[in-house]
Every structure is written in C-alpha cells, then in structure tokens.
Design a protein around this ligand. Structure first.
Ligand SMILES: NC(=O)c1ccc[n+]([C@@H]2O[C@H](COP(=O)([O-])OP(=O)(O)OC[C@H]3O[C@@H](n4cnc5c(N)ncnc54)[C@H](O)[C@@H]3O)[C@@H](O)[C@H]2O)c1
Length: 407
C-alpha cells in the first residue's frame, strides 16, 4: 500500500466494473480501498471484484476515509456534480463519469471546488486515446482556418435498456436522453478539438420511445469562439444507415474525419501530400506507445483500455502536480451544448414530432397508443427511412443557420 494512491469507488453499478478492472491494471500505482453504494448487493459485487472489505452505504463516509485519495464516480447523472464537489471539498481527486454534470452552472461549481481544494479532476472520455491527442496537437494546427464541421451519432437504445435503471429516461435524474447520455461523449471530443462554445441551439423530439420522457432524436448548431460553426445530429432510434459519415472537420488545408461509432479513431487528410505523408508517418511512430503500459494491452473497442489510460494519466497528474490530460474544464464545453440545445428546442419538441409523424414513413406501430416504438423499428429493420437523409442534409449544409422546416 505504501506510496500507492487509495481509490474509493462511488457507485457500484455497470460502469464501475470497468473502473475496477482498469484500476487492477494499475496495481503499481493504486489500490482500491473502499466502495460506496446504497444498494448492498451492488456494493458486494464490486467488493468481491476489487478484493476489498470496506463498504460505505453513504458516500459521505467514504469521503471521510483518510485512506481514500482518489474517487471514481459512476452514479446516475444527476448526482455527478454534487458528489464531485463534495469529494473535492474533502480533498479527494476525482474521476467522474460522463456527462460530468447536467448544467453549465454545476460544471462551474465543480471547477471552482477542485481549484479551491487543489485537487485534480477529470471526466471520463475517449480523449485518453493517443490518436486523439496526436490529431489535436499535430494535425489540427495544419488544417488552417476551420471552415465547417459536423458530427453525427447513431445509437440504438431499446425500451429494455431504459428499464435497466429507474433514473434512465427521466428529466429529473438523467437530465435528457440521447443528448445527455450518449452524444455528450462525442461532443466532448468535438469541443476539445474545436474549442470553447460560444453559442448552441437546436431542436429535438421523442419519436420512438413512448415509455421515456426525454429526447431520442435531435439536431443543432454550435458556434465556437474562433467563429467557426458546426452542426450536430444524434438519435437513439436506429443504427446508422450504411455509409453515414460521423465526423467531418473541414479546414482550409485539409480535413479530419471519422466513420467510427463513439469516434474511437480519427482520420485526416491534408491537401499538402508532403505534410500529409509526414504526419501519417509520425502518427504511426506515436502509436508505438500502445505497446507499453498503461496502454498495453490496447483495444480501441474496449472501454476498459481507455479508462485505464485515463486513470494512469490522472495518477501521474497528481504525482507531478499538473493538470490531467483530459481537463474537467474541457468536459464542461459539451454541457453548454447540452443546455443550449435542450432549452432552445424545448418549446418546439411537440411540433417537430408531429411534423415527423405527418411527413415520414415510420415503422408500423404496434403500441396500444398507436405510436411507433423502437421495438417496431427493430422488427421492421427501419434505419430512419427518408427522415435521416433529410435531417442530415440540414446538418451537413455549411450555412450558418439551422433549418427548422417544421416551424
Ligand atoms: N464512459 C462510459 O463508457 C460509460 C458507460 C456506461 C455508463 N457511464 C456513466 O456512468 C454512470 C453510471 O452508469 P451505470 O450504467 O453504471 O448505471 P447503473 O444504474 O448501473 O449504476 C449506478 C449505481 O449508482 C448507485 N448509486 C445511486 N445513488 C448513489 C449514491 N448516492 N452513492 C453511491 N452510489 C449510488 C446505484 O445504486 C447503482 O448501483 C452514468 O452517468 C453513465 O453515463 C459511462
């Protein structure tokens, strides 16, 4: 134990299994010393996995434990900010799951608390992937002025998924649907690449998930501090139709793109063949870090690998007294988009849904209320029909405004 950081696990549900496994790969640097969850069975499962015997039903008691230096927070979204602030005030370093908070105000409180206490705070993100850092540090500056960007996300989420926790699919506890839970993850990468958010607005609706309160489809516009604009689309109603590009960042001298879910990898192409070849060569050399700890064994599709890499970076940041590679402030930019799109689209959501119902072929409805469901979509292998190309045409158009044909 001597010299190792003591880690407390707050929230012993699904994602905490990956936290504990990732921490197991960093046994030279840390040891899990306690877990907290009000649900005993969940806590006992995680204790068995981590090999610890200390359980605190109330996280405040874990925060009072002097053996805990760092906490991982994997609880329902609405608790992230309050627990992270309490942890910082108790002098604990923080790894908090996404979304880091539900409002930009909560983000502010978290950053202030971490700064005041002199603790490190980071938010779970794909940015621990070394490809992303290379693209930000080496490729982005070579892109010249950014002309336009868009980010498209498809995630199929069934009714059964929303039944896995009573907090899911609710405004009060999840704070949104596809925006707050899934898209926030890639929005963090997107804003990390493109900078601070100046303005964000958009539209959303719930079209295929009658059992939940929150949005399952939406689109929006973001204006960044440098004046460049980008557009976003996401849905939990269907998988991506074949050939749907996910990310494009178009600059004067080239572009960055990704065709991969969760933006697990990024590609780039520069107009200058010489520079393009040199940067691809350098990326190849840079990725040799994947053969070494904390990356190895590395798989871009394995959540635990990037959690391990990010926790290793947090531990180094604590020892070297530097900012973590993924700063908590960077996660806050995605929350500005979340708030901007939600609040702007609130008043229009029923109209967008009615417009979609009246205009597009949706899967045949079997729900008693006559509304089509995501299960109907799966049964009919519905991939969005004409709705998806029509919305994507709005999102991929590099004009500044955002069409709202339903208004
Ligand atoms: N980064 C990723 O890849 C990823 C993947 C899945 C989930 N997540 C995030 O992790 C968080 C948790 O998701 P999950 O799927 O593990 O949810 P879950 O419902 O499986 O687990 C949440 C756990 O938190 C516990 N909990 C509730 N209140 C608590 C409190 N006051 N103190 C301590 N524990 C408390 C619950 O009892 C439950 O065991 C969510 O915010 C989600 O967005 C991230």
């Amino acid at each position: 134990m001597a010299g190792k950081l003591g880690v407390g696990i707050i929230g012993c549900g699904g994602i905490s299994a990956s936290h504990v496994e990732a921490l197991g790969g960093l046994a030279d640097d840390c040891a899990v010393v306690a877990v907290s969850d009000p649900v005993e069975s969940a806590a006992r499962r995680r204790m068995a996995q981590a090999g610890v015997s200390t359980w605190y039903p109330d996280y405040a008691d874990l925060l009072a434990d002097e053996h805990v230096d760092v906490v991982t927070i994997g609880v329902p979204h609405y608790l992230h900010a309050g627990i992270a602030v309490a942890a910082a005030r108790a002098g604990k370093h923080v790894f908090v799951e996404k979304p880091m908070a539900l409002t930009a105000g909560e983000v502010h409180e978290m950053l202030v608390a971490a700064r005041a206490a002199g603790v490190k705070m980071t938010v779970s993100s794909e940015l621990a992937n070394p490809i992303h850092r290379f693209v930000k540090e080496r490729v982005l500056p070579a892109l010249g002025s950014i002309r336009f960007s868009y980010l498209v996300d498809f995630y199929l989420r069934t009714t059964a998924y929303y039944r896995t926790g009573p907090w899911r699919g609710t405004w009060a506890f999840e704070g949104g649907g596809v925006f707050a839970n899934q898209a926030i993850y890639t929005w963090h990468q997107y804003t990390w690449l493109l900078g601070e958010v100046d303005l964000a607005y958009g539209y959303w609706a719930n079209i295929l998930h009658p059992s939940i309160e929150v949005e399952d489809l939406g689109y929006g516009l973001v204006k960044f501090r440098d004046g460049s604009c980008g557009k976003l689309f996401c849905t939990t109603c269907c998988d991506a139709p074949t050939g749907t590009r996910r990310l494009e960042i178009v600059g004067a001298e080239g572009e960055i793109s990704s065709d991969v879910p969760w933006l697990r990898t990024l590609d780039f192409h520069l107009k200058s063949e010489r520079l393009d070849a040199a940067l691809h060569r350098d990326l190849g050399a840079h990725l040799r870090v994947l053969d070494e700890p904390p990356y190895a064994p590395w798989s871009p599709d394995d959540q635990k690998c990037r959690i391990r890499a990010q926790l290793a970076d947090l531990f180094r940041a604590i020892r070297d007294d530097r900012e973590p590679g993924v700063s908590a402030a960077s996660g806050g930019e995605a929350i500005k988009i979340l708030n901007g799109l939600h609040w702007h689209g609130w008043r229009h959501s029923a109209r967008l849904r009615d417009w979609i119902y009246g205009r597009y072929d949706l899967p045949p409805a079997t729900h008693p209320e006559g509304r089509p469901t995501v299960e109907d979509a799966v049964a009919a292998d519905w991939r969005g029909g004409q709705l998806i190309p029509d919305v994507l045409a709005i999102v991929r158009s590099p004009t500044r405004s955002l069409d709202a044909p339903f208004l």
